[in-house]
Design a protein around this ligand. Structure first.
Ligand code: NDP
Length: 242
């Protein structure tokens, strides 16, 4: 118990980047609290010292209760990776506005809910890392991305402001901004022609987009720095992505 590595909380751990991040931190000996809606995917990972709880990150109380449960079992959370997100691309005149609501709720409020669940404890302990997964779409725009880009610019903005606020408390705050990654993310988009266009764009890069593992490595790099070093932002994309 004494030499155990500290707890890492990962949202959106049931697929893609979150899943790869869970496997990486677990392989390095960290106990994990994994949060997403698909419990079976997280349980199927069969990782040691891991508590997986089915949580919708838009449910602030459920997310906070899950973090409390994880901390009761493994000790204080040393890091949270706020990674859960959805991408529903669409033309502004044709997209169902309910999809904007969903993206804003999950991608923006979900991140804030994750921050809220750990920040007071980290301030009290005067240590911790908050790692928010944004996107290159949080720094530049892309066709048919209006609402999604809005959510990711929000993640960039709130994360940088949070870093300024928590710096005095020795809490590190990092934005991770990946380019295209091969995951399930495009599956949320309901417009087939936009989906096909996105696939063509990926093919134009020789289909060499990032893997979830590439992004997990970047997340771990930020976390693994000495306490006094805060990696503020990592932007990474396939070499062939413009
Ligand atoms: P995936 O679709 O593979 O993973 C998304 C994860 O988010 C899943 O584990 C999903 O779990 C979880 N999730 C979605 N909605 C909720 C919710 N309401 N509550 C809890 N968990 C939720 O995509 P990625 O791995 O690619 O996405 C991870 C992050 O990376 C996202 O924030 C995305 O915007 C960002 N990103 C992805 C890029 C890409 O090209 N793939 C590029 C740049 C950034 P479940 O459905 O089980 O709830």
């Amino acid at each position: 118990m004494q030499n155990r590595k500290p707890l890492i909380v990962i949202t959106g751990a049931s697929s893609g980047i979150g899943l790869a991040t869970a496997q990486l931190f677990s392989s390095l000996g960290h106990p994990l609290l994994l949060l997403a809606r698909r419990l079976e995917n997280m349980q199927a990972l069969n990782l040691p010292d891991t508590l997986a709880i089915s949580v919708d990150v838009t449910d602030r109380a459920a997310l906070a209760a899950a973090v409390q449960q994880g901390e009761a079992r493994f000790g204080p959370a040393d890091a949270i990776v706020n990674n859960a997100g959805v991408m529903m691309l669409g033309e502004i005149t044709r997209q169902d506005p309910d999809q904007w609501d969903r993206m804003l709720d999950v991608n923006v409020k979900g991140v804030l809910n994750g921050v809220h669940a750990v920040a007071a404890g980290m301030v009290q302990r005067q240590r911790g890392s908050i790692i928010n997964v944004s996107s290159v779409a949080g720094r530049k725009t892309f066709p048919n991305h209006v609402a999604y880009v809005g959510t990711k610019f929000a993640v960039h903005g709130l994360t940088e402001n949070l870093r300024e606020e928590l710096a005095a408390h020795n809490v590190r705050v990092t934005t991770i901004a990946p380019g295209a990654v091969e995951t399930e993310l495009l599956g949320h988009t309901t417009d087939d022609s936009i989906k096909a266009g996105y696939e063509d764009w990926k093919t134009s890069m020789g289909s060499k987009v990032l893997s979830a593992q590439d992004v997990a490595n970047a997340i771990h790099y930020a976390y693994a720095q000495p306490d006094g070093v805060c990696i503020r932002e990592i932007v990474l994309a396939a070499t062939r992505q413009q």
